[in-house]
Design a protein around this ligand. Structure first.
Ligand code: C5P
Length: 407
């Protein structure tokens, strides 16, 4: 289940070259469980056919012919009334101008005017058209009415020039839509801090000691918390993953930097989920200059890295506002015994244990096989599943631990 499951999305497509990207957006919305109705303006049909959208949504795509068809007098109202969210992507300067005047001269603008739920607009146009005072004024007007604007972003424009005017990419729009639909979810008003990735402990200005953590599980946890409506701070060691839209991302490198970032973030947080693979050892002294190989084999003295989770969890509800602390235990042997020992030693409410000796799960993989161990002694071994499903389950358990009922 995602916030898009069984939701009804109305996708308005207007006449910009970016409308080829809307087919991808429609397809992704459907993959995440939404029913997608598409309305194309006359100009949009010059770029892309209604059949393209019908093929990816498995529903009729509407054009202005439908405005004058048999059901025309009720169609626009029906589409708008049943929509949980309307997204106009791409939105041309022309359609934006019409919407800002409340004009309703085609099926798309009539439906937009009839919308009572969230309307999201993703402008796409030439840089000069976007910068024009008329467009800027129109955008301000729409914003004062509570209409959400996503983008445009800068990059290569259809004119061949560089500038601001590109439509936000479908993946990012999907994230923004997901966030809009999860507002008012069970974790609404709850601040969740998630850490992710493997820390890098410097040896000298160019070399580091790190580990194989990809950050995938941590990022999935941040997404799952957002999906339940939480305010999310995602503290990440270096990873190559996109930030889940709506999360406040803090980039760090070493365990020392992560400790400082976590301590700041948990001052007023309710939940800490430490999914990061934090170094246990780090070089005791960091060489100021690059260590030269002709100076002989270096001896690197290690010292214990700060145990962030233990330090912060010890202060649960004292110098910070934490109510729930969740840890991860990556083990290659005696999974349950080792995880149980960490659960009590680090004063946790829940520990997610995974056996890293398995080849089909864990580090770098998209799937994970974990066992949940709770402070009250409950143990739940989950089947091999996508990291996103593990994340959803962990967040549901956190909601239970907070005493929040879910529907
Ligand atoms: O003790 P161990 O490293 O196995 O514990 C794993 C858990 O503790 C993880 O949740 C990890 O994020 C956290 N941890 C930490 N600081 C460290 C090492 C691990 O917060 N230096």
């Amino acid at each position: 289940m995602t916030p898009l499951s069984n939701k009804h999305i109305l996708l308005g497509v207007t006449g910009s070259i970016a409308c080829y990207k809307s087919a991808d957006l429609a397809s992704k919305l459907r993959q995440y469980g939404a029913d997608v109705d598409v309305i194309l303006t006359h100009a949009a049909t010059k770029f892309v056919s209604p059949l393209t959208f019908q093929s990816v949504t498995a529903r009729r795509a509407y054009t202005d012919d439908d405005l004058w068809g048999d059901a025309g007098h009720v169609l626009h109202i029906g589409l708008a009334e049943t929509a949980d969210l309307m997204v106009v992507a791409p939105a041309t300067a022309n359609t934006i101008a019409k919407l800002a005047r409340g004009q309703a001269d085609n099926l798309l603008t009539v439906a937009a005017l009839a919308m009572r739920n969230v309307v999201l607009i993703a402008p796409a146009m030439d840089g000069g058209m976007w910068a024009h005072p008329a467009t800027q004024q129109n955008i301000k007007t729409l914003e004062t009415w509570g209409i959400k604007i996503a983008g445009p972003v800068s990059g290569h424009l259809a004119s061949g020039q560089l500038g601001v005017g590109r439509m936000v990419e479908p993946d990012e729009l999907l994230g923004i839509i997901r966030k809009e639909l999860s507002a008012g979810g069970p974790l609404g008003g709850i601040k969740v801090v998630v850490t992710a990735g493997g820390t890098q402990e410097p040896i000298d200005p160019v070399r580091v000691i790190t580990n194989r953590s990809s950050g995938k599980q941590g990022f999935a946890l941040a997404q799952a918390a957002l999906d339940l409506g939480a305010d999310v701070v995602l503290i990440s060691a270096p990873v190559s993953l996109p930030t889940p839209p709506g999360a406040q991302r803090v980039d760090v490198r070493s365990s020392g930097e992560m400790l400082a970032a976590v301590e700041t973030a948990v001052k007023d947080a309710d939940v800490l989920v430490m999914a990061a693979a934090v170094a246990d050892f780090r070089p005791a002294d960091v060489a100021a200059q690059k260590i030269k190989k002709d100076a002989g084999m270096p001896e690197i003295q290690l010292e214990a890295a700060p145990d962030i989770l233990a330090a912060v969890s010890k202060e649960k509800g004292k110098s910070n506002s934490l109510r729930i602390a969740v840890g991860f235990a990556a083990e290659s042997q005696n999974l349950i015994e080792n995880a149980q020992a960490k659960l009590s030693k680090k004063n946790l409410d829940l520990i997610v244990a995974n056996d890293i000796s398995a080849e089909d799960a864990g580090f770098e993989a998209d799937r994970n096989r974990v066992t949940l161990l709770f402070a009250d002694g409950r143990i739940d071994a989950l089947l091999l599943q996508q990291k996103s499903s593990v994340a959803e389950r962990v967040m549901q358990e956190i909601a239970h631990l907070l005493g929040i009922a879910q529907n």
